[in-house]
Design a protein around this ligand. Structure first.
Ligand code: UDX
Length: 498
């Protein structure tokens, strides 16, 4: 098979440059892809910003694991990027443009080295680029230098599809948000989503009705770039988004190979590279890609809890929360009566002026002994722990796919961008969780948590989550759809290199 690292005779050895956008939600799936490729016998250069590389390698167990990936090399762009996390799409759009300008020369240098013996490190030339589809410069440089390029969209296929369609739908006045419009109306504008998508589920960008808005321009640029890729990789699975993927395929060749952390486990087992031993009490199999230091003490706290008794609460790597909203969520959790493990990143709590706030004294330490707070958790492991019975999540795509994989029912409290789409898929399309529809106030949080943990529909939701998790696992096993799509991706990469 393609995973066994054999190249047809005479062909140049493939060398893939993997280039993520420098945020956690992008680095995570793209590093996992880089690891899968390297275990399959392909040389990979993984590019990060200097700061992200430093953060990634600050963990001894990550250093030890990556050293065991043959042919995986890390290189960095001398940038401390981003300065701040984006708060909305306008911020993200600006960040995309700044990153494009800053990283362009370095990428050009990496892509043009290796040819004609000009490369001081003696590296073979890059034969294929796998770049985050947010990074426009990568397409420009790769096309210019004649190197084939495959895009990687780290969000759902549904979100990609919405982005492809939205600029035109707005320009032609099809999408409207007049005052008083019915947010619960099912929308018929996005082919493949008619059975479940409501107006309120569309990405927050749809509220930007001005087509000259800079953020809208960036989106349009991304949309137009799609035709320049050889194909697009998604960290999703065939069974999760079948109708949307069918539509996307009409525009571009797709590689749905998710959940990538599951696929990586399969390939590790095949190659005998799975976690024997470990470093500092962390088994290699944990496959952490965290940019923040994980607080592993919460695993022991979970060990002492009965099965399915704890709510795990995390809002991802970007979201900020107003102090008063945080208190509402806290009251909701306390009032639900369940134990909870809560990730509160440094800088997560802000005051009305957007400045860093403190953890509110009212929220006490430990919520009467029922709550446990960490700055960053080993999330994949936490979700896999039997004590966790509910995931209160912002519905970021990585969290969604990790919750799905673990079979943990979710209560969804989205914050921005594509997260509303994921919430709807979780609650309505897959029925593996519940939505918090409007504000995450204490009553809504308490209700959602109770519904998932022990309400009337709890066992139904739990059964659906278990069944979806099983399907996801089958998909990454030999012969499964994500496995086969990965095989096809590797074959295509080898063919592009020859
Ligand atoms: C955002 C968007 O919401 C997402 O849909 C988009 O595709 C990328 O940008 P983010 O806020 O980072 O992402 O959330 P998410 O996509 O869920 O990624 C967060 C990652 O951090 C997950 O892989 C999660 O496992 C990890 N994490 C989070 C930890 O490892 N520990 C934590 O304590 C919290």
């Amino acid at each position: 098979g393609a995973f066994d690292g054999k190249q047809s005779s005479g062909a140049a050895p493939p060398h893939v440059l993997v280039f993520p956008f420098p945020l956690q939600g992008h680095v995570t799936p793209m590093l996992k892809l880089a690891e899968v490729l390297s275990l399959s016998g392909i040389r990979v250069t993984f590019v990060s910003t200097e700061r992200n590389q430093r953060r990634l390698l600050s963990s001894a167990s990550v250093r030890a694991r990556l050293a065991r990936r043959p042919g995986l090399h890390l290189r960095c762009i001398p940038e401390d990027f981003p300065k701040n996390n984006p708060r909305n799409f306008a911020d993200a759009a600006q960040m995309i443009q700044e990153f494009d300008a800053a990283a362009q020369p370095r990428l050009r240098e990496i892509l043009s080295s290796g040819s004609g013996g000009a490369d001081p490190e003696g590296e073979p030339p890059v034969t294929c680029v796998v770049a985050d589809a947010l990074i426009k410069l990568a397409v420009d440089v790769a096309v210019d230098l004649g190197v084939p390029i495959i895009g990687f969209r780290t969000s759902s296929a549904c979100s990609f599809w919405a982005d492809q369609c939205i600029p035109d739908l707005i320009a032609t006045g099809v999408i409207t948000y007049q005052d008083g419009c019915d947010l619960d109306e099912l929308v018929s504008w996005l082919p493949g989503t008619e059975s479940f998508l409501r107006r309120r589920d569309l990405p927050s960008l749809c509220r930007v009705v001005d087509t000259d808005d800079p953020a809208m321009q960036v989106l349009r640029g991304m949309t137009q770039n799609v035709a320049r890729y050889q194909g697009i990789i998604f960290n999703t699975a065939e069974f999760a988004e079948p109708t949307v993927l069918a539509h996307v395929r009409g525009q571009v060749s797709t590689y749905p190979i998710g959940p990538l952390h599951g696929l990586l486990q399969t390939v590790e087992h095949m190659k005998g590279a799975a976690g024997d031993g470990g470093v500092d009490g962390v088994p290699f199999s944990c496959n952490s890609t965290s940019l923040l230091q994980e607080d592993r003490a919460c695993m022991e706290w979970l060990d002492a809890k009965p099965p399915a008794s704890v709510v795990y609460v995390s809002f991802g790597s970007i979201a900020l929360v107003l102090r008063e909203h945080l208190l509402e969520i806290w009251h909701g959790l306390v009032n639900s009566g369940y134990h909870f493990l809560w990730v509160v990143r440094p800088g997560f709590v802000v005051d009305g002026g957007g400045n860093g706030g403190d953890w509110p004294a009212e929220a006490g330490e430990g919520a009467k002994g029922r709550g446990y707070r960490v700055e960053w958790a080993p999330q994949e492991e936490v979700l896999g722990h039997p004590a966790v019975g509910c995931f209160l999540t912002h519905s970021g795509w990585n969290s969604t796919i990790e919750g799905l994989w673990a079979g943990v029912p979710m209560a969804c409290c989205p914050n921005l961008a594509d997260q509303y789409l994921s919430r709807r898929m979780i609650a309505e399309l897959w029925k593996i969780g519940v939505e918090i529809k409007n504000t995450c106030d204490r009553a809504a949080v308490e209700k959602a948590v109770r519904e998932v943990m022990g309400g009337e529909r709890a066992s139904e939701i739990r059964a659906a989550a278990a069944s979806m998790s099983k399907t996801a696992r089958e998909g990454v096993e030999e012969g499964g759809s994500s496995y086969m799509n990965m095989e096809r991706l590797i074959q295509d990469i080898r063919a592009m290199s020859s």
